[in-house]
Ligand binder design. Structure first.
Ligand code: S3P
Length: 172
């Protein structure tokens, strides 16, 4: 260990269901650095789940907490940081992340995203009458923002988490 010295935090961005958390965790293991997840940090600080925060305090409140957490974590020791799908949308967050870290966009197609999120009830933004169409719309709106990441890593199945993490590591 210690062979790989991480200079900047690696920040995983992209749509819900792209595998940011799973691949981020695998990458952290591979590089032998700490893994952090912005959604988990927000939940910890609020002592509420993400859906609870959305329901009680609304999305703008959640976004403010998300920006705070990301700003704080980017000031710490370099690590792998997975973010929620909305974290890399504002110009301010994009600048913050690319200044203090390396933004990696996990780019997955809509069918893969949908296959991963359709059975889960943990995404407040998909609690709509037609969640698949909502996901498609979000994806179409967001891709131009995600494409501002420092690095794009396509994730086509079937690729294991380990293989994805290795793919990201090679791209660094
Ligand atoms: C969101 C994605 C979620 C979570 C919140 C909002 C989004 O994270 O932050 O529900 O705006 O896409 P994941 O991308 O980890 O699902």
């Amino acid at each position: 260990t210690g062979a790989f010295h991480l200079k900047k935090t690696i920040v995983m961005v992209g749509m819900m269901g792209a595998g940011k958390t799973a691949v981020g965790r695998g990458l952290a293991q591979l590089l032998d650095v700490e893994f952090l997840d912005s959604d988990a940090e927000i939940e910890l600080a609020a002592n509420m789940t993400v859906p609870e925060i959305f329901a009680r305090d609304g999305e703008p409140f959640f976004r403010a907490r998300e920006t705070e957490v990301i700003t704080r974590l980017l000031q710490g020791r370099p690590c792998v940081l997975s973010t929620g799908g909305g974290a890399f949308l504002s110009a301010a967050n994009q600048a913050r992340i690319s200044q203090h870290g390396v933004a990696i966009w996990l780019d997955a197609d809509i069918d893969l995203l949908w296959s991963r999120v359709k059975h889960r009830d943990t995404r407040p933004l998909l609690r709509t009458p037609d969640p698949r169409t909502t996901l498609e719309k979000l994806c179409a709106e967001r891709v131009p923002e995600y494409s501002k990441a420092d690095l794009r890593v396509p994730c086509a199945p079937p690729v294991s988490i380990e293989a994805m993490a290795a793919r990201v590591a090679r791209a660094l």
